[in-house]
Design a protein around this ligand. Structure first.
Ligand code: MSP
Length: 597
């Protein structure tokens, strides 16, 4: 086995050499990225053999408190990060706050606070929410930090030195809410709440204003064909495919140069353009560089930057899939490996907004539904390809059905002293449940085993493509099958004094515990607290919870099961307390003490 190892080592060295070359023109940077993809795909172990992974959320605007949609972006990223850790990767996970720009400047003014104090207050609210919801970020970046200012200034200078930024003037529409420039085709007519006729962005509905300024412009137009080449050579670079197609379409249209600064007289709250104190760097250029700052840029950053993955909402796709790759190509840096795009949460079919009064407070809901309940609901019901409508009732019903009744009920049954008086991981009897039919197990039982055996691969595929809801759907279907298995054989009716009945009973419990061990292991990225409780109850130690050695039901293949005969972990109460009364407005939700049996 020496040769493949050497080959892989050489490939990775070659990749690192490519990544470290001092000057790379935009074109060679593109090909370098493609070479990396090709090399990575061509070896079985690939460059992933350094086992590094880097995942980011968008950084959140601090003009208002966090809402459910923000938490959703963070929970998806957290799930992928935890999943990579379980796979044995060294994963870095960055989130944080986007604190510059006109919108923040105005919000601070309206709050009567100096901008930094204002930003610190709101940034702390995001941090508090994320800590409360077990978002296990490894770096929390704020764009007002010194390390970030340095990275942005350096990045700007690289683009400037390559002649990719020039002084020009911008005349056109600008949306402060979106911090975005728009063409005439992207703007429509509307009437504001006071009855005045206004112009709005057709995409976001936010008000736009005509602006005319001397700015610095980035030569975005020069990158159109390289961006197209990148996408054509990397069909999985933007997922799901629907959004990949959207970006391809954008790139087939005209791609004008982009204004990347604002006059300091209008925007003071931002990073000054190096060498020109009269201009402030455009907030999106500033914000996007946060991903590099966390990777260590401008110092050593390759370890993380070569394995970068972004989670973004569909509203900020153009910034991430067009502007950002163009900036990176310009700066001679590799492009992100994947941009995962998710759709939005609506309430009553409408986008959440303060003015509509339909904003869902994620902190309040996570107290009501528990942190894991909230995470489970968002990931089980959130579909990346299309918007999902939030209702409390949906969350309430789903959590009771899948976490309390189905999963919690299964654990109760298998660990109840009535069926398992010795409180052990019971023994498997191969005569009762032979590898092929002939014992007491029936055809449906074998189907269930097949489904559970395949579950890690199915779940892996869905986690990898950010279709977490499909992974949870598959797990939930297996949990139902296992409950069906127990129900079908009604172990409580077996005659304990009969040795063959007792062995069959133990086997039913053993198989069910093995299924539960799989579910607990695979659910860790989504519901870490529930999974921990479940696996601890089964007596599965922390170092036995990785994906590599999950090995379902080895006894049926005549292999040893390390869990068989072990004493179960202590009973620390029901897995998920059934939510009885849905009364969101009350501070203390009423819950029953016991899960429904
Ligand atoms: N600051 C920029 C991102 C800069 S990244 C370099 C920004 N911030 S945001 O606070 O407005 O949005 C952050 C994330 O929250 C985005 O991914 C956005 O799509 C997501 N959501 C905001 N509202 C949402 C919903 N209603 N539903 C789901 N996610 C939504 O954009």
């Amino acid at each position: 086995m020496r040769t493949p190892f050497l080959l892989v080592t050489r490939s990775c060295k070659a990749i690192h050499r490519l990544q470290q070359s001092a000057f790379v023109s935009p074109v060679s940077a593109l090909y370098r990225h493609q070479t990396i993809s090709v090399l990575s795909n061509s070896s079985t172990v690939s460059c992933k053999d350094d086992r590094s992974y880097y995942i980011t959320t968008p950084i959140f605007y601090v003009n208002a408190s966090p809402h459910l949609g923000h938490l959703y972006s963070a929970v998806i990223a957290d799930c992928l990060h935890r999943y990579k850790l379980l796979q044995g990767f060294n994963s870095k996970f960055a989130t944080g706050t986007d604190e510059h720009g006109l919108k923040i400047q105005q919000a601070a003014e309206a709050a009567g606070k100096d901008p930094l104090t204002f930003c610190t207050d709101v940034s702390e609210r995001f941090k508090h929410l994320f800590n409360r919801c077990n978002i296990s970020y490894t770096d929390y970046i704020r764009t007002t930090e010194q390390r970030h200012h340095q990275a942005v200034k350096h990045f700007w200078s690289v683009l400037w030195n390559k002649g990719l930024i020039y002084k020009g003037s911008y005349e056109g529409w600008y949306s402060t809410q979106d911090e975005s420039f728009l063409t005439a085709l992207q703007v429509g007519d509307a009437v504001d709440s006071s009855g005045n006729e206004i112009k709005v962005s057709l995409e976001s509905g936010h008000k736009v204003e005509w602006m005319k300024e001397e700015n610095y412009m980035f030569r975005l137009s020069a990158f159109r064909s390289q961006l197209l080449d990148w996408l054509k050579g990397n069909p999985l670079a933007i997922q799901p495919e629907l959004f990949y197609q959207v970006v391809l379409k954008w790139l087939q249209e005209d791609l004008p140069d982009l204004s990347v600064s604002r006059q300091r007289s209008r925007l003071q709250w931002g990073i000054p353009v190096p060498g020109d104190a009269e201009q402030t760097i455009y907030v999106w250029l500033d914000a996007l560089v946060n991903y590099l700052t966390v990777a260590g840029y401008p110092d050593k950053h390759n370890q993380w930057w070569n394995v970068a993955h972004h989670i973004v909402g569909k509203d900020i796709l153009k910034f991430h899939a067009v502007y950002w790759p163009a900036f990176l190509l310009g700066a001679g840096l590799p492009l992100p490996q994947t941009i995962y795009v998710h759709s939005h949460w609506t309430v009553g079919g409408k986008k959440m907004s303060k003015s509509l009064g339909n904003v869902v407070d994620p902190l309040e809901r996570s107290k009501q539904f528990t942190t894991d309940g909230m995470r489970y609901f968002l990931l089980r019901q959130g579909v990346p390809d299309s918007d999902s409508d939030y209702t409390d009732d949906k969350a309430f019903k789903l959590l009771n059905a899948e976490l309390a009744d189905s999963l919690g009920g299964l654990l109760n049954r298998c660990t109840a002293p009535a069926l398992n008086p010795a409180q052990v991981y019971t023994a498997f009897c191969p005569q009762s449940f032979p590898s092929e039919q002939g014992g007491r197990a029936v055809g449906e039982d074998y189907h269930m085993l097949e489904a559970v055996k395949n579950l890690p691969a199915v779940v892996e595929q869905h986690y990898e493509s950010m279709h977490v809801y499909k992974a949870l759907e598959a797990i939930s279907a297996c949990v139902r099958q296992t409950n069906g298995f127990v129900q079908r054989h009604a172990p409580w009716k077996l005659e304990r004094s009969d040795i063959t009945d007792q062995r069959w009973l133990d086997t039913i419990i053993h198989v069910s515990l093995e299924c539960l061990r799989m579910y607990g292991t695979l659910l860790q990225p989504v519901v870490p607290e529930i999974s921990d409780k479940l696996l601890s109850r089964l007596g599965v130690q922390p170092d036995e919870r990785g994906l590599a050695g999950v090995n379902f039901l080895p006894k049926i293949r005549g292999m040893d099961c390390p869990f068989e005969g072990r004493v179960l972990g202590s009973d620390t109460g029901v897995l998920f307390t059934r939510l009885e009364n849905l009364d969101i407005d009350k501070q203390n939700p009423k819950k029953t003490k016991k899960a429904k049996k």
